[in-house]
Design a protein around this ligand. Structure first.
Ligand code: AOF
Ligand code: ZN
Length: 381
């Protein structure tokens, strides 16, 4: 904690700059592979009465390298000497594909480092702060640690639990239905909610849907936002019996947006080959001996092993229920439209009142006629 004698105390401006760094880190969330998206701000106070100012900014580069500190130090140049660095994650201490950021901060003459989240990576975990202290830099750790941890949830979940972080998103009508039985696609939410959904997609490594949804809707599952077109996450179709055909959109566009099908080893080899020709890849899944449904913990473990740190689950009802029943949902998003579907509608596996009782409400918004809720489903980290 900050009261520890080797660490220096928090200053009044620290939270303001850390909040700015955390917002900046959001920029590359979902695009840094197995690395967390981290931001660094380098701040100087020239004592000219204008107060502290930012002289360098950096965010972890696409794919995960270079690290945030490198960019911020490059931008600050000589102005880094004597300055304070705000980092959303403890700076690294290891010689990986880049030299240790803690060492770079020392060498640049940074006087003080304010850090937010701790890094569970055993190569870092405390060693980054140790390297800074040994280099004569004062360190103030854990400033807004909880807020920063939220920007690296996928990374933390993969590290600690060996599976990706899971966000479940459901669009439901005001009477708690997600569609009409056998009635195809029903438009439940409006354009603002839909844009938000695309933004949330962009912040995940992969989107997962069931084969039923894929067959019924033939969705694109990409991220269609102006200027964010290159941010589409990978697509995963949970399709144990391999019903996905090579003519479907997710298969036909697999060379543009990576598409993975989770299927039983026993599924049709000819169809598998035809899908592979389109560029689809496969991940094996197994049935849970008790329920007969796909064993989700094993599947998530295998997906984490391929480098996926976060997944957005987007349908349908059975899959949503399976993730909820298995307590594999970290974040729940409910987008509630203004329409009523009525008794014939498919009941959502969870509605707003149910979620309020079970989970912690993180955020609530009104988007046009829709209401948008985000819940945190228990603190597993
Ligand atoms: C930082 N700044 O911006 C990030 C860090 O494979 P490597 O060598 O890139 O190291 C990956 C580890 O680096 C990762 O597990 C995490 O501990 C840290 N990420 N560290 O100083 C950054 N993204
Ligand atoms: Zn680093």
């Amino acid at each position: 904690t900050t009261e520890h004698p080797i660490f220096s105390p928090e200053r009044p401006e620290d939270r303001r700059f850390m909040a700015a760094a955390i917002r900046y880190a959001m920029r590359n969330v979902g695009r840094t592979g197995t690395n967390p998206s981290v931001a660094t701000l380098i701040v100087r106070d020239e004592s000219d009465g204008r107060g502290p100012r930012i002289v360098g900014r950096g965010v972890t580069a696409l794919g995960g390298r270079p690290h945030a500190e490198a960019g911020a130090l490059a931008e600050a140049g000589e102005l880094a000497r004597g300055a304070t660095a705000y980092v959303t994650l403890e700076p690294c201490a290891h010689h990986g594909r880049t030299p240790p950021c803690a060492e770079a901060l020392v060498r640049a003459g940074i006087a003080r480092v304010v850090s937010a989240a701790a890094d569970p990576d055993p190569r870092v975990n405390g060693k980054g702060h140790g390297m800074l202290l040994a280099g004569g830099v004062s360190v103030t750790p854990q400033v807004m640690a909880g807020e920063a941890a939220r920007t690296i949830e996928g990374y933390l979940t993969r590290h600690r639990l060996g599976r990706p972080g899971v966000t479940l998103k459901l669009a439901l009508s005001r009477d708690g239905r997600i569609g009409v039985r056998g009635g195809g696609q029903v438009k439940i939410t409006g354009p603002t909610s839909d844009a938000q959904t695309h933004l949330v997609r962009a912040r995940h490594d992969a989107i997962l849907v069931g084969a039923g949804t894929a067959l019924e809707d033939d969705p694109r599952l990409d991220c269609r936002l102006p200027g964010l077109g290159d941010r589409s996450p990978a697509r995963i179709v949970l399709d144990p019996h391999l019903r996905t055909s090579p003519e479907m959109t997710v298969a036909r566009t697999a060379r543009t947006v990576p598409t993975m099908i989770a299927t039983y080893q026993s599924s049709d080899a000819g169809r598998r080959a035809a899908l592979a020709v389109e560029g689809v890849s496969f991940v094996a899944c197994v049935p849970d001996p008790e329920t007969g449904r796909v064993a989700l913990p094993e599947l998530l473990e295998d997906l984490a092993a391929t480098g996926i740190t976060s997944i957005m689950v987007e349908g349908g009802a059975t899959i949503a229920a399976s993730f909820l029943d298995a307590s594999l949902v970290d974040r729940l998003i409910l987008a509630e439209g203004a329409i009523e579907i009525g008794e014939d509608g498919l009941k959502a596996p969870i509605d707003v009142d149910g979620a309020r009782r079970r989970f912690d409400l993180l955020r609530q918004d009104v988007f046009g006629a829709d209401r948008w809720f985000e819940f945190s489903c228990g603190d597993r980290l």
